[in-house]
Design a protein. Structure first.
Length: 174
């Protein structure tokens, strides 16, 4: 199997209730986009987001068509960077640097800037060869603090003994 097929065959391993709510509320009911998603009894609206957004769509996505994901630009006034990458639902996302034949378009909308419709975005956002991951890495680095060192791991430092060698049974279980 290829790396993409291996990734695709890996099941989602989330609790039933979480999976059910994700599919029914967010996917079928679109409650987040409509300001009806409840967290601790309060509705959450995309319009309340003030943090910068990095959104990705894929040109041939059969699950989340890119013009639909592009609507994030209608639902918030926050800074939004939209990236449209070649490929479909899986291959467009799992599109690592060095993967031949990949390209993407991107555009940043400043906070409060006017909406640009998807056809105009497609016409005006220059096509760039390569993986969108590098654009994302730069975006993250521009908004991140100084790197920190990871905590020391292992039984001597934590007081806990390992359960087994990685990958352990829960990873390999069917």
């Amino acid at each position: 199997m290829t790396d993409l097929m291996t990734w695709n065959a890996d099941t989602t391993r989330m609790p039933y209730r979480m999976h059910s709510e994700y599919l029914r509320k967010l996917f079928l009911g679109n409650v987040l986009a409509e300001g009806r998603f409840m967290v601790n009894g309060e509705p959450v609206a995309l319009a309340d987001i003030r943090a910068p957004i990095f959104a990705v769509g894929t040109e041939r996505d059969h699950v989340a068509p890119w013009r639909s994901t592009y609507k994030i630009n209608l639902q918030t006034e926050a800074e939004a960077t939209f990236v449209l990458t070649t490929g479909g639902h899986n291959a467009g996302i799992v599109s690592e640097p060095g993967h031949r034949g990949r390209s993407f378009r991107s555009m940043r909308r400043a906070p409060g800037a006017h909406y640009l419709d998807p056809d105009r975005f497609y016409a005006e956002a220059a096509r760039k060869d390569g993986s969108w991951w590098l654009k994302w890495t730069t975006w993250l680095n521009d908004r991140s603090g100084e790197p920190t060192s990871l905590p020391t791991m292992g039984a001597a430092q934590s007081g806990y003994s390992p359960l087994g060698d990685a990958p352990d049974g829960y990873v390999l279980a069917d």
